[in-house]
Write a protein that binds this ligand. Structure first.
Ligand code: PNW
Length: 479
């Protein structure tokens, strides 16, 4: 890829895709309307003590009713792509069998509205809202759920496949498995490391079976979306060329295997790393990994979706218990990074994105890359109908510069989707963490473009950044 320098513009490649992302349960609301069945996030968020303030996605951004105005907003921003997810329990209220026509109708209306506005729909088939009936039968710890997901994928494809070009299977299986079944901080709120590993494998199997059924039906562009995390030591944060001790190198490799390669390798190479198999065997046994599964998981795909927020900083720590989110990490210290943080407390490390992209391009050269999520929560303040979220703009600019550097280093990065279009239901954090480039007043449902959205619109228009860093406003301009 060659990138032209156009005057003062730091240009992205021609055809680079600019967009934004959301997920069904985080924005739709209308949780009990038009025949939608309950999902594990309805059950979980209605359980006292699970989400901040007891918040649920019952109403969220009311996008289910307001989608035409929301698509107009996207058009106003000049978005070229919009990634959203299909709520499985809207389409199949009990996760298998009967199809709810009203559910499919909604996504058809949304897709048509997007196409009319010239925006490409990017469809995620699973963004965490498992039908409760399937959870009652074991959820992702039950192998059968993977087969049900392949059926559901086909049902959605059959309705929208003539209009949707890009299909994403499961979003962030690591989060579903380890925060949902291991730590219990996400739905379904179970706390078993063994179940988390089984869930992870079945989510991968679901991906593979879904790719197969989408492909059979004619899908041409299919992606797996992973939360990918550069893993490094505190020393490497300051000096990337630092040579690690054998113990620190082992700590980094083990965490990298658990969070990244546990998913990348099966999907893109058809293997589990030995380090992962050893840990899975010790904690969960290997009985749930059947002959032929890795072959089923390793289906050719066109795109890898990368959700990047923050790196994972670790070093050797003899005697440390395992981090509950990462079973198998005994004797490793999770130090965190000494860096400014966002409102979720996540350190801001834009170079993590370039390192990640360059590494993926090197280790998995066959697959195209797409940033499917990147963004940040900050404590926004509305005044005079404006949100001066300079911190978010700086976050996005820093990460886009990092993405640009990775492209220059040869990474086949096709596009960038900001998380998120709208402030929304941020899972366990409820509505207290705002990731949107568009502000939402959850009392009135009024939308307001933040300064970051206006900035992003200009970036899209010029297909690039400014050579010089965005000028900070003077005090007078802020006043
Ligand atoms: C991702 N963690 O979730 C999801 O794909 C989005 O739905 C979500 O809104 C976004 O990132 C921001 O959080 C994550 O605690 C949630 O490690 C939690 C974690 C990671 C990703």
């Amino acid at each position: 890829t060659t990138i032209a320098t156009r005057g003062r513009t730091l240009a992205f490649p021609d055809g680079f895709i600019w967009g934004a992302a959301t997920a069904a349960y985080q924005i739709e609301g209308a949780a009990s309307e038009d025949g939608r069945g309950p999902s594990i996030w309805d059950t979980f968020s209605r359980t006292p003590g699970t989400t901040v303030g007891g918040h649920t996605g019952e109403t969220a951004c009311d996008h289910y009713h307001r989608y035409p105005a929301d698509v107009s907003l996207m058009e106003e921003l000049g978005l070229e792509a919009y990634r959203f997810s299909v709520a499985w329990p809207r389409v199949q209220p009990s996760g298998s069998g009967a199809v709810n026509a009203a559910g499919l109708d909604f996504y058809e209306r949304l897709v048509d509205e997007l196409l009319e506005a010239g925006i490409s729909p990017y469809v995620t088939l699973y963004h965490w809202d498992l039908p409760q009936a399937l959870e009652d039968a074991g959820g992702w710890t039950n192998r059968d759920t993977a087969y049900r997901f392949a059926d559901f994928s086909r049902i959605v494809y059959d309705r929208l496949g003539d209009r949707v070009a890009t299909w994403m299977t499961v979003n962030e299986p690591w989060v579903s498995a380890f925060l949902g079944y291991g730590m219990g901080v996400h739905a379904p709120g179970r706390t078993s490391s063994a179940e988390a590993f089984r869930a992870a494998h079945h989510l991968l199997l679901a991906h593979g079976l879904s790719v197969r059924s989408l492909r059979d039906a004619g899908a041409r562009e299919i992606a797996l979306t992973l939360n990918l995390v550069p893993v490094l030591t505190p020393g490497q944060l300051n000096d990337p060329s630092l040579v690690l001790s054998a113990q620190d190198a082992e700590a980094v490799d083990r965490v990298d295997c658990l969070v990244n390669r546990q998913f990348l390798d099966p999907a893109l190479r058809g293997t589990y790393p030995d380090q992962v198999l050893n840990i899975v065997e010790r904690i969960a046994g290997l009985g749930h990994i059947h002959d032929g599964d890795l072959k089923a998981i390793n289906q050719p795909i066109e795109l890898l979706g990368i959700n990047y927020y923050t790196p994972c900083v670790v070093r050797s720590g003899p005697g440390e218990p395992a981090n509950p989110a990462y079973p198998g990490t005994e004797d490793i210290e999770f130090t965190g990074a000494y860096a400014p943080t966002t409102a979720t407390g996540w350190p801001i490390v834009p170079t993590g994105l370039s390192e990640l992209l360059v590494r993926l391009a090197r280790d998995y050269p066959e697959v195209g890359l797409l940033v499917t999520e990147n963004g940040a929560a900050f404590d926004d303040v509305v005044s005079d109908d404006r949100v001066h979220d300079a911190d978010r703009t700086a976050f996005l600019e820093g990460h886009l510069r990092a993405a640009h550097a990775a492209i220059e280093a040869g990474a086949d990065l096709r596009g960038y989707l900001v998380w998120s279009l709208l402030d929304n239901f941020e899972w366990a954090e409820g509505y207290t963490k705002r990731f949107g480039i568009v502000h939402v007043d959850f009392d009135t449902q009024r939308r307001l473009l933040k300064d970051s959205a206006r900035w992003y619109r200009e970036v899209i228009q010029r297909n690039g950044l400014w050579r010089e860093r965005t000028r900070r406003p003077t005090l007078e301009e802020v006043a």
